[in-house]
Design a protein around this ligand. Structure first.
Ligand code: PA5
Length: 479
């Protein structure tokens, strides 16, 4: 039987949340959460739970139903791409890129692109281009063999300046390399089913199109074709990924805070933020592979919860600043601040119980105790001991921290994490009474860019921007 269909295996793979070290018992009154505070959110939780259920039944939270989608079409297209090209380049930004990066970092070989074709099981190299730094794009074009490259242009709105600019440059380079008549089947577009300029271009040029389902916003779209195509192209088991998300979605159908990991984690963060002044949420994986997930989380938490207005129009300036940190690397960079600096953070450790590799440390220099103690241990033991030691140091200094542990890092457990954090974010929106699904602050920046770049229809905004006035020379130092 396929493991992700086996009940016992799924149970064994369930992500575990340990929130002991945010509780007052360890943190004291000033920095810890009381059981009573969690209980007192229970009636609000019931209401928010009901709202979520209602919105879902009205089709307003379609990300919750993504685990049930049919992925046959994506898998077929991925198979064709694998035959057709040696490099696969994703062009997107924000929610149209971060999910891809986190999937590849978590589930592919850490040096996947450097592997031989056989090492990659004949799958193409994967690149995610999510900036418009000209040096960076030139660098990528320098190393690509465009005759063997496919591009996946991803944008929900179909018009984001960065993605469209990169697309135009790559399209021109591709046409130059293979000819206009041969370039169509090397560009795949992932966008809205009917709206946006990219859709118009795709129809005119005859590019294959994958659809981002209605109502699924960028940062909730990793489990749509946005993230699934490049994952499938590289050989990631997307059905197992969705099975993990489905497993978590079911765990999160409970209205009881203590039984629902997403609600509980949201509640704890909410209490720490609004009642204990923890304005910063650090995600610290003890696994290089999960560092991309922390990046994905940064966007989800910031864009969803960072809001000026509550639903009733009050100014609330809600949101916690998410920060990513990597264990053990950042123990030698950030931990001093986390342990002794301002007590304004809650730290989430992401730990892995069974790494893919153990890596035994050789027994050498037996006469030097400062080295020889490492011998016979494994790197897995060392990284886990360091995670525990950091949690201990933080706890001793009353710095709230909690731990999410994955039994092993596989598509099933990553699917659980994505779904848990998406539900946690929606539920948090309910606690803060803000809309977690919009991003007016991002739109402002997008509009200002259009105005500065001379897009017709944005003349008024350009004039408005001009009113800000030029900076004063006295505040500029030129050396
Ligand atoms: O989460 C979001 O909605 C945003 O971060 C978008 O993903 C990002 O702005 C890119 O937008 P689009 O996919 O429309 O190009």
């Amino acid at each position: 039987m396929i493991s992700y269909k086996n009940k016992a295996w799924k149970q064994e793979m369930a992500v575990r949340l340990d929130y002991n070290h945010v509780m007052a018992r360890f943190m004291g009154e000033e920095h810890g959460v009381f059981d009573g505070e969690i209980e007192s959110l229970q009636s609000e939780t019931k209401e928010i739970h009901h709202e979520i259920k209602e919105k879902r039944s009205q089709g307003r939270l379609p990300f919750l139903d993504l685990p049930d989608q049919d992925v046959k079409g994506i898998l077929e297209l991925a198979k064709a791409v694998r035959k057709r090209c040696e490099s696969f380049v994703v062009l997107g930004i924000g929610g149209s890129a971060l999910g891809n990066t986190s999937l590849h970092m978590a589930l592919n070989h850490p040096y996947y692109n450097e592997l031989t074709k056989t090492g990659r099981k004949r799958a193409p190299r994967i690149y995610v281009l999510d900036n418009v730094d000209p040096d960076h794009l030139r660098g990528l074009l320098d190393i690509l063999d465009l005759k063997k490259t496919c591009f996946n242009v991803i944008t929900k709105s179909g018009g984001t300046a960065e993605t469209m600019a990169n697309f135009l440059i790559c399209q021109e380079a591709l046409i130059e390399a293979v000819g206009r008549e041969n370039h169509q089947d090397r560009i795949i577009v992932t966008t809205d089913k009917s709206k946006g300029n990219l859709k118009r271009v795709a129809d005119r040029e005859g590019y294959s199109c994958l659809v981002i389902p209605d109502g699924v916003g960028g940062r909730f779209s990793v489990l749509t074709p946005v993230g699934l195509l490049s994952a499938a192209v590289s050989g990631i088991h997307i059905r197992e990924l969705l099975a993990g998300a489905a497993f978590m979605e079911r765990r999160c159908r409970k209205a009881k805070l203590r039984e629902n990991p997403a609600y509980l984690n949201a509640a704890v963060h909410y209490i720490l933020n609004t009642k204990r002044g923890k304005r910063i949420s650090v995600m610290m994986p003890y696994s290089n592979a999960l560092y991309g997930f922390a990046d994905w989380y940064r966007q989800l938490w910031s864009e969803s919860l960072g809001k000026r207005n509550a639903l009733d129009g009050r100014e609330v300036f809600a949101g916690q600043t998410p920060v990513k940190s990597l264990g053990t690397t950042d123990q030698h960079s950030q931990i001093q601040l986390y342990v002794e600096g301002p007590n304004d953070k809650v730290i989430t450790f992401l730990g892995v119980e069974n790494f893919r590799e153990k890596m035994e440390i050789p027994e050498s220099y037996s006469e030097m105790e400062g080295i020889s103690y490492l011998g016979k241990h494994t790197l897995e033991e060392l990284i886990q001991a360091e995670q525990q030691a950091t949690a201990y140091a933080l706890t001793r200094h009353q710095r709230p921290n909690l731990t999410l542990t994955l039994k092993e890092l596989n598509p099933f457990s990553l699917g659980q994490l994505f779904m848990m954090y998406e539900i946690q974010t929606i539920f948090s929106g309910g606690l803060y009474r803000i809309n977690p699904l919009d991003q007016p602050g991002v739109e402002d920046g997008k509009v200002a860019t259009y105005a500065l770049m001379g897009r017709p229809g944005y003349e008024e905004q350009k004039e408005e921007m001009g009113k800000l006035g030029a900076g004063d020379d006295k505040y500029i130092i030129s050396l």
